[in-house]
Write a protein that binds this ligand. Sequence first.
Ligand code: LLP
Length: 419
Amino acid sequence: MDHFANTGGELHAEQVSLAVIAREVGTPVYVYSRATLSRHARVFREALAALPKVHIAFAVKSNPNLAVLRLLAKEGYGADVVSEGEMNRALAAGMKPEDIVFSGVGKTRAELIAALRAGIGQFNLESEEEGVELSEIAVDLGARAVCTLRVNPDVDARTHAKISTGKAENKFGVAYDRAADIYVRLSALPGLDMRGLAVHIGSQISDLEPSRQAFIKMGALMMTLREKGQSVTHMDLGGGLGVPYKADDALPTPADYGRMVSDVAQDWGVTLMFEPGRVITGNSGVLVTEVVRVKQGTDKPWIVVDAAMNDLARPAMYDAWHDFAAVKPSGESMIANIVGPICESSDTFAMARDIDVVKAGDLAIFRTAGAYGATMANTYNSRPLVPEVMVDGDKWAIVANRIEPAAILAAEQVPAWLD
Ligand code: LLP
């Protein structure tokens, strides 16, 4: 459920007209609904209420906007970060260092040092090599690094190949069969405090069975470690729960997910940690765009909009579907192709889609753009970096300015020897 609805013949974000935002800020622009974000944060937390000890770390990568992070900090969320940049955002938003988890297969030495100095709560180690390096750094700094070991359970998440992370051929975590030995070796190193295991098998997961299989395997590994005398007090089960991109998408709800986790992990005697991203932010945002031109096609008309693959990369990267709707629908529909202005054919949002009739100058939205939308934007074709707005009831504010091409140009220089 979200708070983007048609009232009085036009689409609103909560009580604010999207046409008003488009007029004042220009297009393309991302618009987030505070009520939707808060609702998703609470629904996810309530879905886990039956579990004894829970820590939720929002996957910052899905939407790192400072206002979004602040809102989630106020909802009691910590953060799952994958770079120093994300860590600094989470801290700037008011999240406590001890509530931050640092994931990622390529944390640099500089990042490990910065995170240790900041006192972050947990490192999810992705390799034995990373653990050895972190141990040396921790000893040098006179610090202790609290860690879990990320394990690759070799389970197929049955999602898009590019966002699957838990198969043996994926780069993430250590091999399941080697994990116990690596854990034992790492826990003997100075400066490291090994407290558990981590797993994350993929994103936009629409079937809970692979996660259940992965969690069962993790529970077995936890028991093996305990039998070896190791302490396991934390189990990080990652994120990945999918969201509906189409009205008729049948997806497990957070409550279904909570029940599955509870079935598998109720008696583990650990703090369970979660790293949800998309399920919190996905339906909380839309991308507002203006139709530049309707171009006659050989077969179907081309709706050329002012948003492009640099603003919303998901259709080009993963053939992802985002519903398209006119801000002021006439009630009539048409079959058309929707494309952006960028000079390559992958800048296509939809082909042969049944959509509201639109004409040049009309406003429209791409729905479910709150996760992996603005955060993956870039300036390809020397386009501006897309701005972001947050709505709260009848209030709204710009939460990220449009970065104009002139500002990017100003960061470049021609060396004297070229002239
Ligand atoms: N934890 C880890 C270790 C992750 O790698 C990810 C996502 C998450 C948590 C959050 O997953 P979520 O709950 O959002 O599914 N750009 C792609 C998605 C990439 C996901 C990467 N990892 C897309 O637009 O679909």
